[in-house]
Write a protein that binds this ligand. Sequence first.
Ligand code: CO8
Length: 374
Amino acid sequence: MNSSVVISGVGLWTPTHSISNEELVASYNAWAENFNLENKSAIEAGELAEKPFSSPAFIEKASGIKSRYVYAKDGILDIKRMRPILDVRDDEQVSHQAEMAISAAKEALKSANKTAADIDMVIVSCAYTQRSYPAIAIEVQAALGIKGFGFDMLVACSAATFGLQRAVDAVKSGTSKGVLVINPELTTPQINFTDRDSHFIFGDVATAVIVESSDTCQSDHAFDVLSSKCVTAYSNNIRSNFGYTTRTTDEDPYSADKLFHQNGRKVFKEVCPMAAEHIESHLQSEGIQVSDLKRWWLHQANINMNLLISRRLLGRDATIEEAPVVLDEYANTASAGSIIAFAKYHDDFITGDIGVICSFGAGYSIGSLILRKR
Ligand code: CO8
């Protein structure tokens, strides 16, 4: 039998802390009330806009999100702070993001029945890395005792699928025998918890995937990667302008445009058709019909986006078995969402069953992998 490239294991690390919509909204509304009181005369003079109130009912209806996990809860709900408190670690200590990544990586190695000796390439791929260098991937590589090389990649919500495509190509070309792709999504430091339109969207999590050749695979729940497809199209509708040049401009590093911000309506309208067309054309190029799919492990940004995408493709609503939802519990975890869905919902696959992992988000960026159970 010809060898193929397989996903042989997947790992999920979920933070212990979580924040419900009710807790988050109580804090935001208290902050907004305080802001409006403190700035009463400027608001009355028309110099400042009054802060509107948020609501758990709106959040759940508009997004499907009920709660989110957070790496550090302290500070987020404190109306004098509205951002998490992370302890300062010296250079000899493991960094926050590497700590998350290592936990997910260990789970993925266990799930693939592999050790560090079986891996020779580590990709940390996510929406943000907490520093530029040394790469988080190299720190993780050292901590796990992996020989070979590692590097970081940033592709916002499509970081996981784009990282997986790099891994698949590396194994296919023989550059690598085993690749560990990790997505430590530490999103909360970049959330503007004083912005009603986006304070509820994101959560923290880490996922990891092992990619290798079927020749070395020792897993009984492996998937052949039939094909992968990535595409980008430039858009300013989702941005974060914080970067290493921020200190040179004398701007406020905490100002709203330095944090996550978006034109959510436009994103919704533009990305849904792009994602549906992307999946359809990817399947077509492999001679696979939409009806051949057992499951869609879709990006988890908004339940209404996923409903719209599957409706466009299927001509009806997808069932929860066809397109599982994790964003109600996890919120949008940037690139990790589709991998959480895959990690939690693949045990019922039998040999020959086909599914698609698909991400979509900032950039814009869209990535998909067609998987078949071995
Ligand atoms: N509470 C109550 N009311 C609210 C709230 C709130 N929290 N927020 C908005 N409203 C109000 C609005 O003011 C508006 O009122 P009015 O009609 O009077 O003007 C009304 O509710 C409707 O507002 P919207 O039109 O904004 O609401 P939508 O129905 O469009 O829903 C969503 C907003 C949920 C944001 C929706 O547009 C959406 O999900 N869009 C897609 C977003 C998306 O997928 N973005 C991807 C971003 S993630 C990504 O790409 C990765 C980035 C990297 C990670 C970043 C980590 C920090």
